[in-house]
Design a protein around this ligand. Structure first.
Ligand code: P6P
Length: 322
């Protein structure tokens, strides 16, 4: 196992050397994502000053147009991912349709991402994040994005919290890297993350309880309260999932009478997070099936999300199946 403090570039290289046939494409892809997210982190850290420098959509004291952070984050990722040449196509929460970068014509991969998930929390200084999911390019058209989550080549997130952390997996476990802003390097801080078999925390927006359409879900939550669980709900998926990964328990965004498929997007929220949770030894479900087995029908498809420690997810399924 790599040493605590190993920098990300070195770690990715050491991982690549384990595969004699590796060409270095995925290594460059992952390093590019990390570089783009360091730039996003610098803007996120400045967000609090926007009020001094000028509100988004207005001009700041230098007379420059101030952009909304999620739009800016999207542009930064598109620029970096297009330039690196490893991605044949990019799909973003911020774009109706995927884009096919000029430089990516020989790219072996496609990537889906949410450039700044939870961005509505920026104004109240709550942790937000970038989420990404990488698949192999197949036919070289939009259908390549409709691959199940278990086929992901890599998935991860960057959480802009009390520190900036990159957490990712290429299918051989999950590792976490913390940004040292003094040198601008991600350093290995959480090697080989394993989610606890069971936790003490449940994370769900109970304000929606009246609308939940899954029989047994309310009883499941009440039972957790009986068992002494505590509730933590930040309302920023990256933050809620990161806490669940580290502390265990269960995170849920269920479907309801109004939103038959829930709120969270499959390609660039549910699927990458499910990949990480399962790589860390946890379990995920839509309530009907494993999230990683869902065959996408469109790139912005939503799915109900339940993910976390095996104990709580298995208990949930017992309640849902009556
Ligand atoms: P609600 C943020 O807007 C987001 O997309 C996810 O990051 C988060 O998990 C969810 O929505 C919160 O939704 O309806 O509970 O505010």
């Amino acid at each position: 196992m790599a040493k605590i403090g190993t920098n990300l570039t070195r770690f990715i290289l050491e991982e690549e050397r384990k595969y004699p046939n590796a060409t270095g494409s995925l290594s460059l892809a992952l390093n590019t994502i990390a570089s783009a997210c360091k730039v996003i982190a610098s803007h996120v850290r400045m967000a609090g000053l926007v009020d001094i420098l000028g509100k988004a959509g207005k001009t700041n004291i230098q007379g420059e147009e101030v952009q909304k952070l999620d739009e800016l984050s999207n542009e930064i990722l598109i620029e970096y991912l297009s330039d690196c040449g490893e991605f044949y196509a990019l799909a973003s929460e911020e774009l109706d349709e995927p884009i096919f970068p000029e430089n990516g014509k020989n790219g072996k991969y496609i990537i889906s991402f949410d450039p700044l998930d939870g961005s509505s929390n920026i104004d109240v200084n709550v942790s937000i994040g970038t989420i990404f999911s990488i698949h192999k390019k197949l036919e070289g058209n939009i259908n390549d994005f409709l691959q199940e989550g278990y086929k992901q080549v890599a998935a991860g997130y960057v959480i802009y919290g009390s520190s900036t952390m990159l957490v990712y997996s290429t299918g051989n476990g999950v590792n976490g890297f913390t940004l040292d802003p003094s040198v601008g390097m991600f350093l290995l801080s959480h090697p080989n993350i394993k989610i606890p078999e069971k936790g003490k925390i449940y994370s769900i927006n109970e304000a929606n309880a009246k609308k939940w359409d899954k029989e047994g879900l309310k009883d499941f939550v009440e039972n957790l309260k009986e068992e002494g669980y505590t509730s933590r709900y930040i309302g920023s998926m990256v933050a809620d999932v990161h806490r669940t990964l580290i502390k265990g328990g269960i995170f849920a965004y269920p479907s309801d009478k109004k939103n038959k498929n829930g709120k969270l997007r499959l390609l660039y929220e549910a699927s990458p997070m499910a990949f990480l949770i399962e790589q860390a030894g946890g379990k995920t479900t839509t309530g009907e099936e494993n999230i990683l087995k869902v065959k996408p029908s469109n790139i912005h498809q939503r799915v109900p999300v339940f993910l976390g420690s095996k104990k709580e997810v298995n208990q949930l399924l017992e309640f849902l199946n009556g």
